[in-house]
Write a protein that binds this ligand. Structure first.
Ligand code: 13P
Length: 253
């Protein structure tokens, strides 16, 4: 069983303009007033690169943490037009970065690239939210567990400090589809994966383990009983303060 803070992580993907800070302001106001539960959870929001500097300054002394949605697989500076390195993120005050999102894997990110991203992100003292997940066909062919194991072992290494690594299980077939695993399926995967990660990477303590894929305020009621989950990675529903707050409210109801 997992103890400690729960994580509610929002991934805005390709969404947001400067005035979208209003969404985060409302979430922050809710958090401030939530005296009953606010010590039990942490909010991390991942807006697009264009808003990072702005948001990281705005929420500096607040309780919302700002994450990048990705980083380039090189350390600091170089001739890589259009890319942002882990070093550049760290220097503007970012502490989290999502790596391995299936949408980025689908547009060509390989395990070799992900391995470098993780390496350089950790080197620059960023916390990583590392995404893994099977597609529909792999699920149908009962390959889920072997796919997840491979995604983990081809990128992460025993020598890493897993305190800085959050694992996010996001089945590809669930992202944006309204389809989710059953609570039983998710419980089973959580238990098995945690067991695997602990033994494979020789850990005393499990890294934080999140679920993502069509999370909304209704589904959260089914998933909140899964003690093995340390939180949720939320796409669509994180673009509305009401939807995001309702997820937190229902989680603690
Ligand atoms: P949805 O919540 O929109 O399904 O997206 C999940 C996701 O991809 C978060 O990273």
């Amino acid at each position: 069983m997992t103890t400690g803070s729960k994580y509610f992580v929002g991934n805005w993907k390709m969404f947001g303009i400067p005035s979208s800070f209003k969404i985060l302001d409302r979430i922050n106001q809710y958090f401030q007033k939530d005296t009953k539960n606010k010590r039990k959870y942490k909010i991390i929001m991942a807006p697009p690169f264009t808003l990072l500097q702005n948001f990281v300054t705005r929420y500096k002394n607040k309780n919302i943490f700002i994450s990048a949605q990705n980083c380039y697989h090189k350390d600091s500076f170089g001739a890589y037009t259009g890319n942002i390195s882990p070093f550049m993120l760290k220097k503007i005050g970012i502490n989290y970065v999502i790596i391995g999102h299936s949408e980025n894997r689908a547009s060509g990110e390989t395990d070799a690239m992900l391995k470098k991203k993780v390496f350089f992100a950790l080197k620059n003292n960023l916390n990583i939210i590392f995404c893994i997940g099977e597609n529909k066909k792999e699920k149908r062919n009962k390959k889920t567990f072997s796919v997840l194991k491979k995604q983990l072992t081809s990128v992460l290494e025993i020598k890493y400090n897993f305190k800085n690594i959050i694992i996010a299980y996001e089945p590809i077939w669930s992202i944006g589809s309204g389809k989710v695993p059953s609570s039983y399926e998710l419980l089973k995967i959580s238990i098995n994966l945690k067991k695997f990660i602990k033994s494979k990477f020789k850990l005393n303590k499990m890294p934080k383990f999140l679920y993502g894929g069509s999370v909304n305020s209704q589904i959260i009621s089914d998933f909140k009983s899964i003690k093995q989950l340390d939180g949720f990675l939320i796409g669509g529903a994180s673009k509305s303060s009401k939807n995001f707050i309702d997820i937190i409210k229902n989680f603690y109801k």
